[in-house]
Design a protein around this ligand. Structure first.
Ligand code: PHE
Length: 464
């Protein structure tokens, strides 16, 4: 059975694909805007702590379960839970992952589709014309663009087509190949944009904002938001890392890979902040609605530069690439369930699941239409009033991912024995000196921290 499952070609393949999953709209869009809303510095430090204390241990836990069982979430948790306390109940955690993958993909792909439209507008010159007047661009985005159901649907379908195409060709031939092409390109575009940022007059202020902590502005809400975002940005709590781990060879070190992926993800989030804040500070534009900066403020600044059309196009291509390697992992979680558990062929699984999610996502795309007021517009991670789109996002960010992460930590920390987990983590690694620390974090720190998010959501104090 295991022979027919895909495998990464090696360590690099896994790292690139998993980083591709982690690095996405969460890094390039959401992180800069929540950093802006939470006043920079101190929030960034708390976020980095959340990645280290909660994110990395849970990523190690997920990959461990995947590689040990060589199965996707439902099968993996069924197999491991069977003879242990809790029994078959654990497999419902796998189903929660499939549900989360389905839910997130159905709206994430709509937003990802916007990058196609904006790339197109940048190349055709339409964006340059609109962006001369910031108000006109804001009105266009919040009004004409979002309300155009046919267009929203078209770009969403297009993006889902690209996603389905990649997953269709399998682990090595599709997912890994796309990541190996797009991730280096993404790195290069980012470096170019960071270098460009250093030449702008707003660069110094941006660096101070991001790296100079002022703890007096930090609130409990900010801490919870940083924690919640650590899950989203590292693709945790829904089995994406578990699934990717199941295609991993036994000669690869899990702790080292998890550290590298988390480091890359954090680095790119910070680079995105440097770029975004340098541009905004240089422009002198007052940002009132930070969640839409990417589609409203940024072009109005870039448009003034020499070679603007190409630069803006490059910028949106970058975001589109990052989003694509993330949507691929979301679809892989859902498809691999059908492949492993329902014994479907990969082709049948991807086409069916991709098709169903595309159809459901159309409802999300159309739900944007009724609301043309930018001031009431909240995107990813917010409890928003944005119809179905907002509900899907609310459920995923506030419920599915934290609950999934909490249960994974309990399962791996308390239900799986230390002998089994140590052995898996030392396979491909040698003696794992950090084992004691990891086990402490996964048993105590992670459940407590994530538990705090869940309690705050239950009490109705949504952190996002
Ligand atoms: N990590 C992705 C991002 O930052 C989103 C994602 C979440 C992808 C969960 C897969 C699973 O954009």
């Amino acid at each position: 059975m295991t022979e027919t499952r895909g495998q990464w070609s090696g360590r690099l393949g896994f790292i690139l694909a998993a980083s591709g999953s982690a690095i996405g709209l969460g890094n390039l869009w959401k992180f800069p805007y929540i950093t802006h809303e939470n006043n920079g510095g101190a929030f960034v430090l708390v976020y980095i702590a959340a990645i280290a204390v909660v994110g990395v241990p849970i990523m190690i836990a997920e990959v461990l379960v995947g590689r040990h069982t060589q199965l996707s979430p439902v099968g993996a948790l069924k197999a491991l839970g069977k003879d242990r306390p809790g029994g078959t109940v654990w497999q419902s955690l796998g189903f929660l992952g499939v549900l989360a993958g389905f839910t997130i993909l159905s709206y994430y792909s709509v937003v990802a589709g916007w990058t196609i439209h904006y790339t197109w507008m940048a190349l055709s010159g339409d964006l340059a014309e609109l962006a001369v007047n910031p108000d006109a661009l804001g009105a266009y985005f919040g009004g004409e663009f979002l309300a155009n159901g046919a267009q929203q649907t078209m770009y969403h379908v297009l993006f889902m087509g690209l996603t389905t195409g990649a997953v269709y060709f399998g682990v090595k031939g599709g997912i890994e190949r796309v990541a190996k092409i797009l991730m280096p390109l993404l790195g290069m575009i980012l470096v170019v944009l960071v270098i460009y940022s250093t030449t702008t007059s707003g660069f110094g202020e941006a660096m101070r904002f991001i790296f100079n902590p002022d703890f007096s502005t930090l609130t409990t809400g900010s801490v919870l938001e940083a924690l919640g975002h650590a899950f989203f940005t590292l693709s945790l709590g829904m089995g994406a890392m578990l699934t990717y781990g199941s295609y991993m060879g036994r000669d690869i070190s899990i702790p080292r890979a998890a550290l590298q992926i988390s480091f890359l993800d954090t680095l790119i989030a910070l680079m995105a902040c440097v770029i975004m804040f340098s541009i905004i500070n240089t422009s002198g534009v007052e940002v009132s609605k930070s969640s839409t900066i990417l589609f409203t403020t940024i072009p109005t600044v870039l448009v003034k530069l020499p070679g603007a059309g190409l630069l803006i196009a490059l910028f949106y291509v970058l975001i589109g690439f990052a989003a694509l390697t993330s949507t691929i992992s979301l679809l892989e979680v859902v498809s691999s369930y059908a492949i492993d558990e329902l014994r479907w062929s990969r082709h049948r699984a991807t086409l069916t699941m991709g098709g169903v999610i595309t159809l459901f996502g159309v409802l999300n795309a159309l739900s944007l239409g009724g609301n043309t007021s930018l001031s009431s517009f909240n995107l990813i991670g917010r409890q928003s009033t944005q119809g179905l789109f907002g509900t899907m996002d609310y459920l995923a960010s506030n419920w599915y991912l934290p609950v999934g992460g909490f249960l994974v930590a309990l399962f791996v920390g308390w239900v799986l024995g230390p002998k089994m987990t140590r052995q898996e983590l030392e396979t491909g690694h040698g003696e794992f000196r950090g084992y004691g620390l990891w086990r402490f974090l996964i048993r105590f720190a992670a459940p407590l921290a994530v538990g705090a998010i869940i309690v705050s959501v239950i009490l109705g104090k949504e952190y996002q």
